[in-house]
Design a protein around this ligand. Structure first.
Ligand code: 5AD
Ligand code: SF4
Length: 482
């Protein structure tokens, strides 16, 4: 446990508190609810909360857990941050993510000055960093609770302590003691859901802070995953996204011998489930068996996100990625031979320390050869504590900017070239929402993740409908329901 761990007094003085999870947390949800109900009566209005999520799908899933707990505690969810309890579930993968949070905390302070009930909490990846905690202590004293990625499940317990003791709580742990199952959870969408299959990352790519803030890799038991998906399906979910920092190494450390390919096959057999996605695949462990499983399993979507990061062997080696440009390209060929119409997307970092024009051209070469359907391009961000941050050959900003613009132009034009490829075909679309700009349209996705707009109303949300793709407009299709 880290130096920041708050050693609460509750467990020491009270004897009727369950020690096992999740019973302990349900106990605290009940205790918080008593307080929230009383405040609701006194104030003559419900106590409200808002959870703001930064970053990746893992955080989005954690936020569903936080929301589930708060609803169980008797709070009412509100659309904006002018609420009685605001939680920032933070990301720290790049520096601008941290800056965004610090900027917005100032706005929250304004709300807090006007509402003496208001509590502010910060959790997630930023909370795992010692300098962030110090900065919060020094410059943001109005933050009431800080907790990390390993004890999201303890929200009710932490909140109870904050509500009953007049002090700020900082409870950040440097590793997860257990995977707590069966806590309440409030899904954002009724028809689709993320599912954690594993937590943490052991890869230590040299630029990346994730292994430090999310801890060591831990896989969930397959039965727990399958049971959770079955429960979700019974509750109306038809699409799941299996989540892990590196799903291809799923199963390591479990008693049962099981690979990610085996898991996919088992999930594919769940009745009532229609679509399976997963995120993220590391190229170094993408096995032939997984490619077979993807090809065989009818519910697995036609999309693979395969982060490249760089096309230069020298940089890849320094990044600790464990593959070469040729290996990556061979893998892409293998995948396309087996699943010809699969959509491929990627992540690329520009301006890694020591990156030369020649290294960058290798990246451009891979991009031109693979012709990605889309790519997330990132400017290298120095994360303290990572090996890359210690290098003294950081790249000047203007050089990075120039490379970034060239890469973006290439990625955009490749995307545009490929975008219209499906025009004229009739394909299944999972309708996700009423279009925000034009209320006569609804928006959904093909299995390859392309966005489609079609005429329709709310009643179609969560349904898979056959749509003829009439026209491609840049990065989305316009289509008609058949
Ligand atoms: N700088 C820039 N991009 C990064 N990523 C991870 N760490 C950094 C960093 N320090 C990118 C990688 C990863 C994605 C989620 O974020 O491309 O795949
Ligand atoms: Fe970061 Fe690499 Fe782990 Fe992805 S695989 S989370 S980039 S360390």
């Amino acid at each position: 446990m880290s130096e920041f761990e708050y050693k609460g007094s509750l467990s020491a003085v009270t004897t009727d508190i369950p020690v096992t999870e999740p019973q302990r947390q349900y106990y605290f949800m009940g205790k918080v609810k008593e307080i929230v109900d009383e405040k609701t009566r006194d104030l003559g209005r419900p106590l409200t909360f808002h959870v703001t999520t930064f970053g990746c799908q893992m955080n989005a899933r954690d936020s569903e857990k936080l929301r589930g707990i708060l609803l169980k505690c008797g709070y009412t969810e509100k659309d904006d941050e002018d609420s009685d309890l605001v939680l920032y579930n933070t990301c720290t993968v790049r520096e601008n993510a941290d800056n965004k949070v610090f900027g917005r905390l100032g706005v929250l302070h304004g709300y807090k000055k006007k509402n003496k009930e208001m509590l502010i909490g910060l959790c997630g990846c930023m909370a795992q960093e010692s300098p962030v905690i110090e900065k919060i202590r020094k410059s943001y004293p109005f933050v009431d609770m800080v907790f990390g990625t390993h004890n999201v499940y303890m929200l009710a317990e932490i909140l109870y302590e904050r509500l009953t003791e007049d002090k700020k709580i900082v409870d950040v742990r440097d590793k997860a003691d257990q995977i707590v199952e069966n806590l309440p959870l409030e899904r954002k969408y009724s028809f689709k859901s993320g599912i954690n299959i594993m937590f943490g990352c052991d890869n230590f790519c040299s630029y990346c802070i994730v292994p430090y803030v999310r801890g060591r890799e831990r896989s969930r038991e397959p039965e727990a995953i399958i049971d959770e998906i079955k429960r979700l399906v019974a509750d109306g979910v038809i699409e799941v996204m299996l989540l892990g920092q590196n799903v291809n190494s799923y199963g390591k450390g479990l008693d049962e011998q099981i690979s990610f390919a085996d898991l996919l096959r088992r999930v594919n057999e769940i009745d009532g489930l229609k679509r399976i996605r997963f995120m993220t695949s590391h190229p170094k462990d993408l096995s032939d068996d997984l490619i077979d499983a993807m090809a065989e399993c009818d519910k697995v979507c036609n999309h693979l996100h395969l982060p490249l990061q760089s096309g230069s062997d020298r940089i890849l080696k320094d990044m600790n990625r464990h593959y070469t440009k040729e290996k990556y390209l061979t893998l892409v060929d293998k995948i396309r031979n087996r699943i010809p119409d699969i959509a491929l997307t990627t992540d690329i970092i520009v301006g890694y320390p020591g990156e030369t024009e020649g290294d960058f051209e290798e990246t451009m070469d891979v991009v031109k050869r693979v012709q990605y359907d889309s790519a997330f391009t990132f400017i290298y961000s120095k994360r303290s504590g990572t090996p890359a941050a210690r290098r003294d050959d950081q790249i000047p900003e203007e050089v990075i900017k120039d490379r970034f613009d060239r890469l973006l132009a290439e990625v955009r034009s490749d995307g545009e070239k490929k975008a219209g490829a499906l025009t004229g075909q009739t394909l299944p679309v999972l309708v996700e929402e009423v279009n925000k700009q034009d209320k006569s349209l609804v928006t959904g996705r093909l299995t390859n993740n392309s966005v489609v707009h079609l005429q329709g109303d709310e009643s179609l949300i969560g349904k898979i409908v056959d749509v003829r793709l009439e026209e491609c407009k840049g990065f989305y299709y316009l289509g008609d329901r058949i």
